[in-house]
Design a protein around this ligand. Structure first.
Ligand code: 4AD
Ligand code: MG
Length: 487
């Protein structure tokens, strides 16, 4: 036919005209002399209407017997219909089947409920269903917005190696491989150490790529292969790092809300919860004044306009240009909050001072706020070797974990880095890390060392939170976990 090719997402430009779509048969319902096929083409779905009297017998019979997920081209007239989810329906005129799914091996994913193992075993096909497709579209926007934030704020993208001679985040979760002759290599856990080097060369840098951790526990939050985006900035200190994280997250959520309201609806996310994250600060907005005040008195929270803050260039603003602050709590303040909650019977187990927060602790803290919570200054004892100690209390590290709202837990981890040669060397030794493999990293403290800071955000954690997913396995096209590497 001579009808123009169109995509389902662009049908509004073709209303009243005959177009050809290329895609797949997503669903088919028959009612007497009427067929209601639903077509999908990757950009969306549209219902067709096929009255027996309106098409040739051949077209009617072909469609009537067509198996789900058969590939096809369909030509029809685009008709606006306010009841249709997409706003349009297609009056089918003709159809051409490209490949018919055999009758005896029907498409395995039906509209009925399937178990998770079955779905993961068929992930290559599960991806075609509307909810999974919507998640991947939102993921793509989150990745684009994340990179865009740094690209448009003068950060230089410098991607680190994937094969490395050393550990960044502890040695227990390393994937090890032979690297010719007698050498060992490890899959990178984080690009941080390398972008510290590029930050001292270029000022403001970021990396974005796959990272790997041999996580031996099964949780809803851990993958063995995940994507991390990491900024690193010379002369940036902890307070500026918190501002940067705030501005970065605000930008990502703003972009998702700009173009994915329909997708979020398909996924089942409460959009109001995301709107609250980027709502401008206002006196009426519910927030914990005591915590905001304590953060403002914080000595690291320097007055605005210092050289350090200007270098980060970050202040979180909503699209309307109004300021957007996330609550900031020190580890001690967060602990006090948990103690109080336990005393009031709102938490099942007490939090032990000095320990990391468990999932129920993080869930409780984040449920107290509608915006992400930034917890800073954790005990250095259970944090990474490279974190700068707090000058006011060296048992604490100048670090931050950003907890997503709604109990999604940590999405960002970051810190100011140790910039003193001797201190860093002693930390490497205390952590039993091989000095030789870290000599290049120590060099950075020998040749013009400066305070610097950065963070990493796991894309899948961000997708899980923004889409409201129970488990990270749905946040990435093909999840890699402890017990799955197929398909
Ligand atoms: O907190 P982490 O371990 O921090 C680092 O790797 C730093 N070197 C980053 C930096 O400062 N440049 O990991 C950072 C983030 C976490 O907050 C989380 O979002 C994600 O990476 N992440 C994981 N995501 C999925 N599966 C896992 N197993 C993850 N481990 C960490
Ligand atoms: Mg962390």
């Amino acid at each position: 036919t001579s009808a123009p090719l169109a995509t389902i997402a662009s049908l509004s430009a073709h209303e009243g005209r005959t177009v050809t779509l290329r895609g797949w048969l997503y669903n088919l319902r028959a009612s007497g002399k009427l067929l209601f096929p639903i077509f999908r083409d990757g950009t969306g779905t549209i219902q067709g209407i096929v009255p027996k009297a309106a098409v040739s017998e051949e077209v009617f019979n072909t469609l009537k017997e067509l198996t789900l997920e058969s590939s096809l081209t369909v030509t029809g007239k685009v008709r606006a219909d306010s009841r249709a989810p997409s706003g349009y329906e297609l009056d089918v005129e003709s159809i051409e089947v490209l490949q018919r799914v055999p009758e005896d091996t029907p498409f395995p994913i039906s509209l009925k409920e399937h178990g998770v193992d079955f779905l993961m075993e068929h992930r290559h096909l599960w991806l075609r269903t509307p909810r999974q497709s919507a998640i991947l579209r939102v993921r793509a926007t989150i990745m684009r917005a994340a990179a865009e934030y740094f690209d448009t704020n003068s950060f230089i993208r410098t991607d680190p190696p994937i094969l490395t001679p050393n550990a960044c985040e502890g040695t227990s979760e390393l994937f090890e491989m032979d690297y010719f002759d007698d050498d060992k290599a490890y899959l990178t856990q984080s690009g941080q150490l390398y972008i510290e080097a590029t930050a001292l060369a270029l000022g403001k840098v970021y990396s974005f790529g796959p990272t790997f951790r041999a996580e031996k526990s099964k949780t809803r939050r851990h993958l063995t292969e995940f994507w991390m985006i990491e900024p690193e900035v010379a002369f940036l200190e902890l307070d500026g790092l918190l501002n940067l994280a705030e501005a970065f997250i605000t930008h990502i959520v703003t972009r998702v809300l700009e173009s994915h309201r329909a997708d979020l609806k398909v996924i089942g996310k409460d959009i109001a919860k995301l709107e609250a994250v980027i709502a401008p600060d206002s006196p009426e907005a519910p927030r914990n004044e005591a915590l905001i005040l304590s953060a403002a008195k914080d000595p690291e929270d320097a007055e605005p306009g210092t050289a350090v803050q200007n270098l980060s260039g970050a202040t979180a603003q909503t699209s309307a240009g109004t300021p957007n602050r996330f609550p900031r709590l020190s580890y001690d303040e967060a602990h006090a909050m948990l103690e109080k909650a336990f005393a009031e019977g709102k938490l099942e187990a007490p939090h032990k001072y000095g320990d990391d927060f468990g999932s129920p602790d993080e869930t409780y803290i984040s449920s107290q706020f509608s915006k992400p919570v930034m917890i800073h200054r954790y005990p250095a004892a259970f944090k990474a070797f490279y974190m700068q100690p707090d000058p006011l209390d060296p048992t604490k590290a100048l670090c931050v974990d950003v907890l997503a709202p709604e109990g999604y837990g940590e999405i960002i981890g970051g810190s100011q880095r140790i910039h003193d040669y001797d201190l860093l060397k002693s930390r490497i030794e205390q952590h039993d890390l091989p000095l030789a493999a870290f000599q290049w990293y120590l060099d950075l403290r020998k040749y013009g060392s400066v305070p610097h800071a950065g963070f990493g955000m796991g894309i899948e954690r961000a997708v899980a939170w923004i889409c409201g997913l129970d488990h990270v396995r749905e946040t990435i096209p093909f999840a890699r976990t402890l017990n799955r590497i197929y398909p």
